[in-house]
Design a protein around this ligand. Sequence first.
Ligand code: F6P
Length: 327
Amino acid sequence: MKKITKIGVFTSGGDAPGMNAAIRAVVRTAKYNDLDVTGIYRGYEGMIEGDFVEMNRRSVSSIIQKGGTILKSARCLEFRTPEGRAKAFENLKAQGIDALVAIGGDGTFTGAEILSKEYDIPVMCIPGTIDNDLYGSDYTLGYDTANNTVIEAIDKIRDTASSHNRVFFIEVMGRDSGCIALNAGVAGGAEAILLPEVETGIDQLLEEIGFAEERKKTSMIVIIAEGDKNGGAYNISKQVKEKFPHLDVKVSILGHLQRGGSPSSFDRVLATRMGYTAVNELLKGNSRATVGLRGNQMITTPLEEALSKKEFKLDEELLEIANVMNK
Ligand code: F6P
C-alpha cells in the first residue's frame, strides 16, 4: 500500500446541509494525522480545470453551522468521458494528491469509483443528499435538516389551511425517494401522503378526500413527493377541484428552500463522524467505499455494492402508522 500524504476533498451534485461540517471533519482529521489537504472547487468540474485550494485547520473555522458548501458544487458532463477523467487525474497528480474524499450522491459515487479504478487512486465517499436515497447508510447528510425545514413549512401552511378551511397540496423534494414526504408528512400530521415508491392512484386520493369530508374535516394537508407518479401537485389539485368544486384548493411547491439552511445537530454530528471515519479508513488502506451509519455505528460499504443495490428506505411500519393516523 502506497503511503498517503495528501488528501483531496470535494463536494459534488446537489448541495445538502452538513456538507461543510463534513469538509471540516475531513480537513481536521487529515491535519491531526499530519496529512496535507487540498480542497477541490466545484466537484469534478474543478478537478478537470485544476481549481484547487490548499486547506488547513483555519480554512474550516466557523463553517460547521453553515448550509451549502464552501467548496461549491456542480454536475459535470465532461467527467463522464475518459478524456475528462484523464485531465482530472493529471491535475491531481500535479498537485501531489494521492487520495480523495468525495461528498455527494450517487452521481458523485459513480464518478469516484470509475476514477479510482482507472487510475488506482484511493477514494472514500460520504453520502450527502437530502433525498436519503443511498445504499449503505440509514441516513444521508442533510436529510434530517431538510425534514425539519419541511415540517416548519407545513406547520405554517396549516395555520392558513385551518383559518380559511382550505385543502393544501404541498410538493416536497425527492425525485426517486419518498423519505422526506413520509417523515415530514407524519411529523406534520398530513391527511394524505403520496410517494414514488407506493402507488396511490388519483381515485384512491379522491376517495380519501371524500371520506375526510364526510368526517367533517374542514381543512386538509396532502404531501406529495416530487417523484410521485400522478404528475405533480398542480395536476393532482386540478383533478381534486374537478371532483370537489366546492373545495378551496391551494398548491405550495417547497422547492430548493429544502436544500438550504443551517444543518441540524443530528446532521452536524453525523457529518463529523463521517468525515473522521472517511480519513481514518483511507489511512487503514480501505478504498473505493462509502462510509455510512447503521444502527448508530459507522460502517463502510464497497462502492460497487452501494451503487448496485437498492435499499427500500421507507420505514414499512411508519407507512402503516401514517395510514392509521389519517383515518
Ligand atoms: O438533492 C436531490 C434533489 O434535491 C432532488 O430531490 C431534486 O430532484 C434535485 O435534487 C434537484 O436538483 P437541481 O438543483 O439540480 O434542480
